[in-house]
Design a protein around this ligand. Structure first.
Ligand SMILES: NC(=O)c1ccc[n+]([C@@H]2O[C@H](COP(=O)([O-])OP(=O)(O)OC[C@H]3O[C@@H](n4cnc5c(N)ncnc54)[C@H](O)[C@@H]3O)[C@@H](O)[C@H]2O)c1
Length: 212
């Protein structure tokens, strides 16, 4: 299906949740699925799920729903998961190592091919078959392997420097875990992962629950 109109950020955030559920059904050999049963299983609004799915797949049939593998394929294609995307991590400390060890990225066709650091004590080590290289080798490897995704897991005061180096190395999408706003050229996308923001929502809702 052609991506004719842009979807909302909220819909975009829900698509991986549907995908995860659909892939679990696939493992259970389910062949067809309706938006109603997805909504029921995930505790979501029926109309919302129907609209979300209709925005990425036009293969749903009234009363039958979707052929499971077709719906998975359409969501993956929409999200760009249908090609393996190589990525690098800069900062092989606590968080960087945890991300390197996480197997779940393969569900999203994301392959973290290597990590980079500036600490001589960890350069050269292997984590889950991924080598930690010197940061000085970042540009060469990214250019050679045409890496377009960079993950930043360095302290905030180092993040802009690392970001600039990633941009210089041809990276176009940055997943930033450092709690700092990065300055990038307009062609580069930054997705910030800020634990403070999520925690603020949790804390605010808890406060409302406890003191209402
Ligand atoms: N640990 C967590 O659970 C967590 C959660 C959310 C966000 N964060 C954020 O992620 C970042 C990393 O956190 P952490 O706990 O893994 O820190 P850490 O100190 O364990 O690891 C940081 C790593 O970055 C490396 N580094 C520093 N400057 C560098 C540079 N210029 N080039 C290459 N490597 C460099 C260090 O040598 C170190 O190995 C921080 O910005 C932190 O705020 C961490």
């Amino acid at each position: 299906m052609e991506n004719k109109k842009p979807i909302s950020l909220q819909t975009l955030k829900r698509l991986p949740i549907y995908l995860q559920y659909l892939k679990a059904l696939q493992r259970d050999s389910v062949k067809h699925i309706s938006s109603t049963s997805i909504a029921l299983a995930l505790g979501q609004n029926d109309v919302q799920v129907r609209k979300d799915l209709a925005s990425v797949s036009d293969r749903g049939k009234p009363k039958i729903g979707y052929v499971l593998i077709e719906l998975i394929s359409d969501i993956e294609s929409y999200l760009g998961y249908d090609n393996v995307q190589n990525a690098v991590i800069v900062g092989a400390g606590n968080l960087g190592r945890a991300l390197l060890c996480y197997h779940g990225f393969s569900n999203y066709n994301l392959d973290i091919v290597a990590a980079f650091d500036n600490n001589d004590d960890i350069i050269g080590k292997m984590i889950k078959n991924k080598q930690i290289f010197s940061i000085n080798k970042l540009k060469n490897l990214c250019e050679r392997m045409k890496i377009k995704i960079g993950i930043i897991t360095v302290p905030d005061y180092e993040a802009q420097k690392v970001c600039d180096l990633m941009v210089e190395s041809g990276i176009l999408a940055i997943w930033n875990f450092a709690p700092i706003n990065l300055n990038v050229p307009k062609e580069v996308i930054v997705q910030n992962e800020n634990i403070g923001s999520s925690l603020a929502i949790l804390s605010k809702h808890l406060k409302e629950k406890l003191y209402k």
